[in-house]
Design a protein around this ligand. Structure first.
Ligand SMILES: C[S@@+](CC[C@H](N)C(=O)[O-])C[C@H]1O[C@@H](n2cnc3c(N)ncnc32)[C@H](O)[C@@H]1O
Length: 369
């Protein structure tokens, strides 16, 4: 029997498309294209499960169910009714339908969602009571073409399940992992985050270094589909566990001068079972001395915008520049922050590796030369 192939779309934070495409290639999956905010690939359930389990920089993964053209609601209903909804929606699962419409005759997104609900109900027939499950469905109407996608991930993939505690302005796990990958981090060199906050870089670095999949501990929307294959999923988990390292090839050091941040990071490290592997300490970054001649330093300093304007921020960036440029001169160094006046206070020569938005603020991953 021929394996059923689907077209998939990996949603990424804009700026991370190439990083995510590289991750797919490393999984043995060839991307079929890249657009602003996403990467396409084709494959069966194995490829879909692998991508959800392993992609560190992805936000979610959609299955392209089909595209229908419609300029009126009866046509939309009739054409949506022909899509194979039963492959993805069990009896009793409710549908959360998200609609966008642009340059189309049908612009009332609420009405489009209602028509889609009715089409699903018609296709699936008599439905039993609520089973408590919710399937997200995305409809994108553009130039009278309605592209229908089914979410396979459930909660956004940055929700790995380990973050129990955080302090102000934590970085999303997917962004932290994507930045590490953009710096070429593979776990083979020491890593230092001297402003670790809730420990996101240290934890994501450890997951990369140990070769542990970020999706190991969580549930996915595809687990509620009628054709879910638990045996295949278990096999992928077993293979992942077989390939996992028990010790870090090189040290991971996380430092912050705020005891509350260290307490939050400690809680998260315990949650993910990494407390014994990562060196965590409450220190001022100005006091740090390198334990190794080479390594990667990465940090996400306060920007001012989110954490409150602070006159001493300029001094902090100046000190950061001294630590990066002088004390750790032999280390590769990367900083995530806006490309504003503030960064000039570091007096470092920096070049952008990535540009993206973090919590609504335009930032860059800047690497020291
Ligand atoms: C934007 S937060 C980092 C968030 C972190 N990336 C996360 O995901 O949770 C900046 C951190 O820098 C720390 N910090 C500020 N000045 C510092 C200094 N001089 N030495 C060490 N840490 C400092 C703050 O306590 C704060 O936790």
């Amino acid at each position: 029997m021929k394996k059923q192939e689907n077209n998939y779309f990996v949603v990424t934070v804009p700026g991370f498309e190439d990083i995510c495409a590289g991750e797919l290639v490393a999984l043995g999956i060839q991307p079929t294209g890249t657009v602003h905010g996403g990467v396409m690939f084709a494959g069966g359930l194995k490829e879909l499960y692998l991508a959800n389990l392993w992609l560190r920089s992805a936000t979610r993964i959609l299955v392209r169910l089909g595209t229908v053209t419609a300029r009126d609601f009866p046509t939309l209903f009739q054409r949506l009714s022909k899509l194979p909804w039963g492959r993805f929606i069990k009896t009793g699962t409710s549908c959360d339908i998200r609609v966008t419409s642009r340059a189309s005759r049908l612009i009332h997104t609420g009405r489009i969602a209602e028509v889609c609900q009715a089409a699903i109900a018609k296709t699936l027939g008599e439905r039993e009571g609520d089973n408590g499950k919710v399937q997200k469905i995305f409809l994108r109407m553009d130039d009278n073409c309605c592209q229908v996608s089914i979410d396979s991930s459930g909660e956004n993939l940055h929700r790995r399940g380990y973050r129990q505690a955080s302090v102000a302005a934590p970085l999303r796990e997917t962004l932290a992992a994507g930045c590490l990958l953009a710096c070429g981090y593979d776990g083979s060199v020491p890593l230092l985050d001297m402003m670790c906050g809730s420990g996101t870089f240290a934890i994501e670095a450890a997951l990369i270094a140990l070769h542990r999949p970020p999706g190991l501990e969580r549930m996915f929307a595809f687990m509620d589909w009628p054709k879910y294959r638990p045996g295949l999923w278990q096999q992928l988990l077993i293979e992942a566990q077989r390939g996992e390292k028990s010790t870090l090839p090189a040290s991971i050091i996380a430092v912050d001068n705020n005891p509350k941040a260290i307490a939050a990071a400690q809680k998260n490290l315990e949650m993910v079972g990494l407390a014994d592997l990562i060196q965590l300490s409450c220190e001022n970054m100005q006091q740090l001395q390198p334990q190794f001649p080479h390594g990667l330093m990465i940090c996400n300093p306060p920007y001012g915008e989110r954490l409150g304007k602070d006159a001493s921020l300029k001094a902090l960036y100046h000190d950061l520049g001294r630590v990066y440029g002088d004390t750790f001169a032999g280390w590769q160094g990367a900083i995530i922050c806006p490309e504003s006046e503030l960064i000039k206070s570091t007096a470092l020569s920096l070049s952008p590796l990535l540009r993206f938005t973090n919590g609504g603020i335009k930032v860059a991953l800047l690497e020291k030369s």
